[in-house]
Ligand binder design. Structure first.
Ligand SMILES: NC(=O)c1ccc[n+]([C@@H]2O[C@H](COP(=O)([O-])OP(=O)(O)OC[C@H]3O[C@@H](n4cnc5c(N)ncnc54)[C@H](OP(=O)(O)O)[C@@H]3O)[C@@H](O)[C@H]2O)c1
Length: 263
């Protein structure tokens, strides 16, 4: 049975493009008010205007860089000032870096870990306790199929997503009420700005952002969500295989897909 999101508030990070925009639209269609967060305010304003035109919900725009150390606390303070209670937290903001680790910009890699891991944990720490106390809430952490094996060529990115999936699955195991849902969603390659930012677009089929939303909504409405869900049957099979094949083979195959040629 679909859970009632009417009048609830969903905080969605990374809602200025790609998967985050589609998630924001989907939650608005379910009657949830939104807080949309990312760095590009013009993009957030445009998304907010489009959603307000389509759905009778409130959309608050917060332009914020979530990769800085106190960003989650700053966001929390802004929401406290407007007495905004977060019922749904979608930790979607994230980016990848592509290349051999020895050639990577160490500061960009540091920001990648800050955003993909630290901000996600910090925001969960900020809002999950209130959900548990009120016995209602949803936390969706966006991981990736890259979380299922080390990925030469995207070493740090894959490691951040392995963290997200493990952390989230452990929280799933800690939450004992069925009214608070915590799960990770693992998209494979999906049409968005992700590969423009990371570089190194893989060959092969790309999912649509709406496929990710469908997987998320299915888990939200399930009697008990899975700890972690993979988007798409082919990706689910590949992830299942990655856990069963010898590590050396799995790493070599991932490297063939993502490792840039040596210079
Ligand atoms: N697309 C894929 O193939 C794929 C596959 C698996 C997992 N994922 C994951 O899906 C999530 C969404 O990515 P996407 O595919 O939709 O890519 P995207 O189109 O590049 O969207 C990334 C979002 O994150 C925001 N963001 C980036 N850096 C930020 C920062 N420092 N502070 C706040 N917000 C920041 C971006 O907004 P601003 O630039 O405006 O800040 C944007 O809204 C990510 O966690 C990604 O790792 C994507």
């Amino acid at each position: 049975m679909a859970i009632d999101l009417m009048g609830k508030t969903a905080l969605i990070t990374g809602a200025s493009s790609g998967i985050g925009v589609e998630l924001a639209k989907a939650f608005a269609r379910r009657g949830a008010n939104l807080v949309v967060v990312a760095r590009r305010k013009d993009r957030l304003d445009a998304v907010a205007a489009q959603i307000r035109a389509e759905s009778p919900v409130e959309v608050a725009v917060v332009a914020q860089d979530l990769s800085t150390p106190n960003s989650a606390a700053e966001l929390e303070a802004k929401l406290r000032a407007t007495r905004t209670q977060v019922d749904v937290l979608i930790n979607n903001a994230g980016f990848g870096t592509h290349g051999r680790f020895v050639n990577e910009d160490r500061y960009r890699v540091r920001d990648e870990i800050s955003l993909n891991v630290s901000a996600l944990v910090d925001l969960t720490a900020a809002f999950l306790p209130g959900m548990v106390a009120r016995d209602f809430g949803v936390v969706v952490n966006v991981a990736s199929t890259a979380s299922f094996q080390p990925v030469p060529g995207m070493a740090v990115y894959a490691a951040t997503k392995a963290f997200v999936r493990s952390f989230t699955a452990a929280l799933w195991g800690e939450i004992e009420t069925p009214n608070v849902r915590v799960f990770a969603v693992n998209p494979g390659a999906t049409e968005s700005e992700f590969f423009d930012v990371a570089g190194g677009k893989p060959s092969g089929p790309m999912a649509r952002t709406v496929d990710v939303v469908t997987a998320v909504m299915r888990q939200i409405d399930a009697r008990r969500s899975q700890p972690s869900v993979v988007v798409g049957g082919r990706n689910a099979f590949m992830s299942w295989m990655s856990a069963r094949l010898p590590a050396k083979s799995v790493i070599r195959v991932a490297g063939k897909m993502f490792l840039p040629p040596s210079q």
